[in-house]
Write a protein that binds this ligand. Sequence first.
Ligand SMILES: *[C@@H]1O[C@H](CO)[C@@H](O)[C@H](O)[C@H]1NC(C)=O
Ligand SMILES: *[C@@H]1O[C@H](CO)[C@@H](O)[C@H](O)[C@H]1NC(C)=O
Ligand SMILES: *[C@@H]1O[C@H](CO)[C@@H](O)[C@H](O)[C@H]1NC(C)=O
Ligand SMILES: *[C@@H]1O[C@H](CO)[C@@H](O)[C@H](O)[C@H]1NC(C)=O
Length: 396
Amino acid sequence: MRLLAATLLVLAGTVTADITYDIDLLQHLEKLADNRYPTEDNSANRANTRDYIRDRFRNYGLDVMQQKFNTTVNKDKYGLSMDLMQVEGTNVIGVVPAVTKHPGAVVVVGADYDSNGIVDPMFHNGGGVAALLEVARLYFFNKAWSGRFAVNFTTVFVAFDINTKLHENSPGTPGGRFFVRDWLWPMLGRNATYFGGAVILDSVMNVDYEINSQVLTSGFNELFPDTYKRVQESGAKGDFLSMVSWGNADASITLKDQFKGSYNKDRKMRRFRLEDMKLHDGVFLDDFVKQVVRSENIHFWRFIDDKNATIQLPALLLTDTASLRRSPIDNCDKCRPVDLLTEERIEFLEATVKATTDFLFNRQATLLPEVSGSKAAFIPSMLMTTLMLCLVRLYM
Ligand SMILES: *[C@@H]1O[C@H](CO)[C@@H](O)[C@H](O)[C@H]1NC(C)=O
Ligand SMILES: *[C@@H]1O[C@H](CO)[C@@H](O)[C@H](O)[C@H]1NC(C)=O
Ligand SMILES: *[C@@H]1O[C@H](CO)[C@@H](O)[C@H](O)[C@H]1NC(C)=O
Ligand SMILES: *[C@@H]1O[C@H](CO)[C@@H](O)[C@H](O)[C@H]1NC(C)=O
């Protein structure tokens, strides 16, 4: 009965065109509320989270790999001591394999899963990880069960561990750099031609419709005049998602325009929007830029190969601007983790999941023509997809 009800509900409400979107972020977010700063006292939380991501990827049907690395972090999360320690990190990687050696073939979707011990671990970056898991699930399941898509190109989902750049005074190499240098680059046959781009989800759940909830840094007007104007005119509301890209290379422009196209498909139904924010060489280190270059996108924008040559790989950073937006706990009276997950925030995060999934289907797969021109053939496959999604939700 429960299954039937769920099936009907999903069928009635969330089937859009050819992709089934039954986004469920809360199941993941519940698991991502604990501290994951890489010290001894958090080792159980860290292992649980790593295993959770690995098991989800496996259940969804992805090829799963774990990339271990050693790095150095500060024992004090506030970075006040100079007491350093070596820790082992694990990037969790899930692949949907197809053609790799074709121009622009490989696309990466990634999010940090550790936390810096100071900012709320659900926002930084549980929300990004929950979105990553849902995109992986929706992409693989629609592909596998609808029978409506041929997957052309390889897609890589990665949960990065230990982003030392976001820890205070931690000098070690961040997990993202290990991933790009030691996993992705060899996988690309050391040829940037085959890389399509990365979408990095870093702090993507905080939306705020209050006046003056958004801080605009001193350089904002000069760096992003259009965004600056819109935010000013709105009364400095934190009601947008930033999409930050770097440079004018064709691959980078294509990547951001494709993502924007997917995000804006149902923009008219929304109170929030996407801001297209492009940086370029020679940019000054404004506080916003300082924050942006600490996220994993930097290892793509400024990749250093085996011969010490700097190569620019296309990547987008999606962010709610983190510390430049009013903190979610500022106006929270109870402040249990669950109280922070308001409908507004979940809706905002769902839009990112939907856009990223749509972007992947448009870019990495092909919608097959209907068999013998009959709509009827499509109904069972759609039902099958929906049923599979429900089964997984209930029993896995
Ligand atoms: C990390 O260091 C530990 C202790 O030195 C070592 O046992 C382990 O194999 C190292 N891991 C990697 C991935 O290098
Ligand atoms: C994708 O795969 C389908 C089915 O194999 C094929 O018909 C189509 O031409 C491919 N598209 C690209 C861009 O390779
Ligand atoms: C990268 O691959 C392309 C297409 O196969 C090829 O033309 C190019 O020479 C390769 N570049 C390098 C540096 O190997
Ligand atoms: C790359 O640069 C590093 C540090 O600047 C240096 O130690 C290393 O030898 C260089 N490697 C090559 C292949 O030039």
